[in-house]
Design a protein around this ligand. Structure first.
Ligand code: HEM
Length: 420
């Protein structure tokens, strides 16, 4: 491993060293320049817990109506702009709903979505989570080796959300392509051709779910789509219209799948490196130890390392002047390792005090809508994996992370084990 960085000068969020391990950089920032202006990039990284929480609470100064660098690049190169717009014009308009919105509009969307994303609804999905976990594990448990990201951590969240949205089995490969399309449409590292294809995928996704919503309008069912449709009926709030519902459904794919994949993969990476914890998860009767592992994995390996905010007026944060119009990234991953908040912050200590105060799901009005769902998936999956692969070992010396600064995730996690 590289030596710890000695200076922040020349820091590049996409440098190989940073992608491989950003932790020492965050530590240096917290110590030397807790609100750090990235050289040449024009945005600020907020790295201390206290400052991140202050910014999250001050939604008037730190707005979510951002266009992230990724989203800006997602407009595609000038050469394909017209074609891209022509494709998207065949679909429904994309409206900001939750993640990229502020009060009061955000408040209305959040209230309506919360009526569909209820604890009762999430617990109705646990059967599907258990079934799909068992099915995926069954496909490799007898083999003695697995690439856990491709064979488990990716398909589980996609399969669960597909099931939750009532997508039939035969449509699931298409649904999976739509989830890839949704990330590629805004991704930085995407060819023009792929981006155009992703735009076509988005329109297909919209067309499919617009028809499903129309079906639920005619014949309501006991499901999430029906709840979303009916969410405005409880008071005099204007119900969600079709473009709004489609934007919300799309956001569930963008926000929910890759992040849960990372949680599953990182939890297993940490457990494989800690055999006694691995054994405890395998033998966990009431799930309490597993829940502690999941929270500690979230704290140490925030799948969304940070979230964008646009500064709406000149302000001071952590002693640094931020001008109106600046972009700040609230570095949840760094705040989660702030030594002022947790003793021995870089150690994996399931059950540590105050772990639920980690910021991996954000905090305040934008707190993750899917937190209960992703926790349920990880809590169901880990004991099953630890029991089925009783002596799993890492089958590589180097871990390979995707070249993304904000959505940090393992590209692969090869394991070997005694077949069961
Ligand atoms: C381990 C998995 C997950 C992580 C780490 C995660 C992380 C986050 C974070 C950090 C935020 C706050 C954004 C901000 O501060 O601006 C957020 C919001 C959100 N998440 Fe998640 N998420 C996960 C899973 C999911 C799932 C499974 C879904 C849905 C199926 C989901 C849907 C959303 C939505 C819709 C928002 C926007 C909420 C709002 O702005 O009011 N997330 N998530």
């Amino acid at each position: 491993m590289d030596a710890d960085p000695e200076t922040l000068a020349g820091f590049d969020p996409f440098a190989e060293q940073v992608i491989a391990d950003p932790v020492p950089w965050y530590a240096l920032m917290r110590q030397e320049q807790p609100v750090f202006r990235v050289p040449g990039a024009g945005f600020y990284l907020v790295t201390r817990y206290e400052d991140v929480v202050a910014a999250v609470r001050d939604t008037e100064t730190f707005s979510n109506r951002f266009t992230s660098p990724g989203l800006a690049l997602g407009r595609g190169s000038p050469a394909i702009q017209e074609e891209l717009n022509a494709i998207l014009a065949c679909g429904y308009p994309r409206t900001p709903t939750l993640l990229t919105n502020d009060p009061p509009a955000h408040t209305r969307f959040r209230r309506l979505v919360s009526r569909a994303f209820t604890p009762r609804r999430v617990s109705s999905w646990t059967g599907a989570i258990d079934r799909l976990s068992d099915e995926l594990i069954g496909a490799f448990a007898g083999r003695g080796s697995v690439e856990l990201v491709a064979e488990f951590a990716v398909p589980l969240p996609i399969g669960v959300i597909a099931d939750a949205l009532g997508v039939p089995r035969e449509m699931q490969p298409t649904f999976r392509k739509w989830t890839d399309d949704s990330t590629d449409l805004i991704g930085a590292d995407v060819t023009d051709e792929r981006r155009l294809d992703a735009a076509r995928g988005l329109v297909e996704f919209q067309t499919y779910f617009a028809a499903e919503l129309a079906d639920r309008r005619r014949s309501p069912r006991d499901d999430f789509l029906t709840d979303l449709l009916q969410s405005g009926e409880l008071d005099d709030t204007r119900p969600l219209d079709t473009p709004e519902m489609l934007s919300i459904l799309h956001q569930l794919l963008v926000a929910g799948n890759e992040t849960t994949t990372t949680l599953l993969a990182e939890s297993m990476r940490l457990l494989v490196a800690s055999p006694s914890d691995y054994g405890r998860v395998a033998a966990d009767g009431d799930g309490s130890f597993t829940a502690a592992v999941v929270e500690e994995a979230l704290r140490l390996c925030a799948p969304a390392q940070g979230m964008f905010r646009v500064v709406t007026r000149d302000t001071v944060l952590g002693g640094v002047e931020l001008p109106a119009g600046a972009t700040a990234i609230l570095m949840y991953a760094s705040a989660n390792r702030d030594e002022a908040q947790w003793p021995d912050p870089d150690s994996f200590c399931p059950g540590r005090d105050g772990v639920r105060h980690h910021l991996s799901f954000g905090s305040g009005i934008h707190f993750c809508v899917g937190a209960a769902l992703s926790r349920a998936e990880a809590q169901a999956a880990l004991p099953r994996l630890c029991r089925a692969l009783p002596d799993a070992r890492l089958a590589t010396d180097t871990l390979d992370y995707k070249p993304s600064f904000v959505l940090r995730g393992l590209r692969s996690l090869p394991l070997t084990f005694t077949p069961t």
